[in-house]
Design a protein around this ligand. Structure first.
Ligand code: SF4
Length: 346
């Protein structure tokens, strides 16, 4: 049977054509699927009983199951372990921010980019996720929020497990789908995509006409150290990544954010601060410092508060736009991949 969940309207209309379903009915079905949390055709009460029965014979509505849920003590962060029909599991995180509900979605199950500080890559990559599987992460949380308190998902970061630009076609299809008014109607400006620096795809993304924000995982200010922390840097060197990010900012007029995980004794020294300032010169960009969530398996530690403050102060005093990421969910291991790894190891 064909899974109907995750189809954009045009695909849905084509799939429903043999059943003589008119266009407006297809749109109603899309709303049941993506806005009303319906998981069986019997509940689509504005369709005739006959049609509901026919559809139930031909299609399934396959959404992932919530296998585990962890809530932070302050109640602001919730992490979900979701399992798809084939047993593949991924993580999605909900952060209740002062400006609204933000989610962090995964685009691949695991990741094969091999970043040294990241738990998502420890077991490699199982597979790419489809557009519908990525959308399902948002819809599952949106349904839950609606039932809890009538709220919804407001903003999204594509920063969970996986390198989104290595799953380009499905991720682009997903971005367009989540923007549609019959799904979550999410504004492109409320979406941030994070990449480890897949240079050709960064140029391609700049031409798509989607005003989403781009975030680049930098994590080191020079070729040698970045290659140690992020093996992808050997294929796409830091200077090329920065040039592609500049091009993105020029084309879209959107400020690029560079993510910089601060790791004690690795990339938090004066030398690296100086190099980072030089790299940022003249860019429409900001740097987001992220004190590392220690990855026990890799023995990478968080710098002291004084060192974090010093690094931030150095950048700010050299006219770099800098922020330090607010800590959310450390008590539930919000660093990507840690919950999934426990599940895999079980
Ligand atoms: S940081 Fe991102 S790109 Fe790097 S291994 Fe983790 S999930 Fe993959």
């Amino acid at each position: 049977m064909i899974n109907i969940f995750g189809m954009p309207l045009a695909e849905l209309q084509a799939a429903l054509k043999p059943y003589n379903v008119p266009g407006f009915r297809a749109k109603q079905i899309a709303q049941w699927l993506y806005q009303k949390g319906v998981v069986d055709f019997g509940a689509m009460t504005n369709l005739s009983k006959d049609l509901r029965a026919q559809l139930a014979q031909a299609f399934v509505i396959a959404r992932p199951q919530v296998k585990a849920r962890l809530d932070s003590q302050d109640g602001k962060t919730t992490k979900f372990l979701l399992e798809y029909a084939d047993g593949t599991a991924i993580e999605t995180v909900l952060m209740r921010q002062p400006y609204g509900n933000s989610i962090c979605v995964s685009t691949q199950a695991g990741c094969n980019m091999g970043c040294a500080f990241c738990a998502s890559t420890l077991h490699g990559m199982a597979r790419d996720l489809t557009c519908g599987e990525i959308l399902a992460q948002a819809v599952v949380i949106n349904d839950m929020l609606r039932e809890e308190n009538g709220s919804k998902v407001d903003t999204m970061v594509i920063m969970g497990s996986g390198e989104p630009l290595m799953n380009y076609a499905e991720v682009l299809k997903f971005l367009r789908l989540i923007h549609e008014p019959y799904t979550l109607g999410m504004g492109y400006r409320n979406i941030t995509l994070s990449t480890s620096g897949i240079v050709p795809r960064m140029y391609q993304l700049a031409e798509e006409g989607l005003p989403i924000s781009l975030s680049v995982s930098l994590h080191a200010p020079n070729q040698e150290l970045r290659s140690e922390l992020m093996p992808i840097n050997r294929k796409y060197p830091i200077q090329d990544v920065v040039a592609a990010a500049r091009n993105y900012a020029d084309k879209t007029k959107r400020r690029v954010t560079y993510e910089y995980i601060l790791i004690d004794g690795v990339n938090d020294g004066e030398e690296q601060a100086k190099e980072l300032v030089a790299l940022m010169r003249g860019q429409l960009a900001s740097v987001n410092l992220i004190p590392i969530n220690p990855v026990v398996e890799r023995n990478l530690l968080r710098p002291s508060k004084a060192r974090i403050d010093w690094f931030e102060g150095y950048l700010a005093s050299h006219h770099v736009n800098v922020t330090v990421r607010r800590e959310m969910g450390t008590d539930i291991q919000a660093a990507c991949g840690q919950l999934r790894n426990k599940h895999l190891e079980k």
